[in-house]
Design a protein around this ligand. Structure first.
Ligand code: NCD
Length: 304
């Protein structure tokens, strides 16, 4: 089956594409377990251009590329590139397009990845563009949920945190809606999910989305939370204030379903108490591991 040339938004994908990635991810996970060296990217160069900080997305893309036999090209950091001399984003992309076969880009500006895809002849993957989209995170989130729960449809999923600024949440709401999950949105006041995104998910998928100001986890199968996205606040004082009010503790998870899983794209700051980390519900480290097979599946689908 044909996959997309560029992966910029989760909206670029139809359900059949996501089904294919979920299936391929499982095959990749098996291959990794068996220690197989895969070769579908042998001879290729994957460039990871991260203009915003990253740990998991960059390292897991690089690992995934190497596991498929590719070589990796990257700035050590933006400060060591010609960006500091004033080189434009578009020139950087044009150059790298001449060096690499796949370009993974992360940038603080919304729309930057789409712009890169227009400039580049080679496939471009969005590793996060500002508060907009993070499609590969959503694919690994959907894979993690399906792997843990054997299905996505009908699950009760609570999304909690800075729903206004978090690209992971925007993309995930869309993905969950596509698969018929029941989504509850809970956020600190002023950090609600953009209404247009909710309306779009309802209009396109008949999504069951509820917004609540108080969290009730008694029916939840998945709690997915994210940090307050401090860097996207114009007033840092406001960011710190909400950060202090927002925390998952042992009390929050009293009376939850026995098989609740708590997911988080990471990094987490203060929003999860250490006793929750040690609880059987914490699933974020397992989730982060899934970045490798899922990103292998994505790149593999782009080249075959
Ligand atoms: C997220 C991101 O960069 O959007 N991190 C990630 O890719 N795993 C989440 C975040 O920064 O809060």
């Amino acid at each position: 089956m044909d996959f997309v040339k560029d992966l910029i938004s989760i909206r670029d994908l139809e359900k059949k594409h996501i089904d294919m990635i979920l299936k391929k991810s499982s095959e990749m996970e098996q291959a990794l377990k068996q220690g197989k060296q895969l070769t579908s990217l042998k001879g290729d160069v994957v460039a990871t251009l991260f203009f915003e900080p990253s740990t998991r997305t960059r390292l897991s893309f690089q690992t995934a590329a190497m596991r498929l036999g590719a070589k990796v090209l990257s700035f050590e950091n933006v400060g060591a590139s010609s960006i500091v001399k004033g080189e434009t984003f578009s020139d950087t992309i044009r150059m790298v397009d001449g060096y690499a076969d796949i370009i993974v880009v992360r940038h603080a500006k919304e729309g930057s990845a789409r712009y890169a895809a227009q400039l580049a002849e080679h496939p471009v993957i969005n590793g996060g563009d500002g508060g907009n989209q993070h499609p590969t995170q959503t694919l690994l989130d959907l894979y993690t949920i399906k792997r843990a729960k054997r299905k996505i449809e009908g699950l009760n999923v609570t999304l909690l945190g800075d729903l206004k600024h978090a690209r992971t949440m925007r993309s995930l709401l869309y993905g969950l809606s596509m698969y018929g999950a029941n989504v509850t949105l809970v956020s600190p006041k002023g950090l609600e999910m953009n209404k247009e995104i909710i309306n779009e998910a309802r209009a396109r998928f008949g999504a069951r989305v509820e917004e609540k100001s108080k969290m009730d986890l008694s029916d939840a199968d998945v709690l997915y939370l994210c940090r307050i996205q401090k860097e996207r606040f114009s007033d840092q004082y406001e960011a710190e204030k909400v950060q202090k009010e927002f925390r998952i503790t042992e009390d929050t998870i009293k009376g939850v379903k026995d098989d609740l899983i708590i997911m988080h794209p990471l990094p987490k700051i203060d929003e999860v108490a250490p006793e929750v980390d040690r609880s059987k519900y914490a699933y974020y480290y397992e989730q982060a591991k899934m970045g490798i097979p899922v990103r292998m599946a994505i790149m593999d689908a782009m080249v075959v």
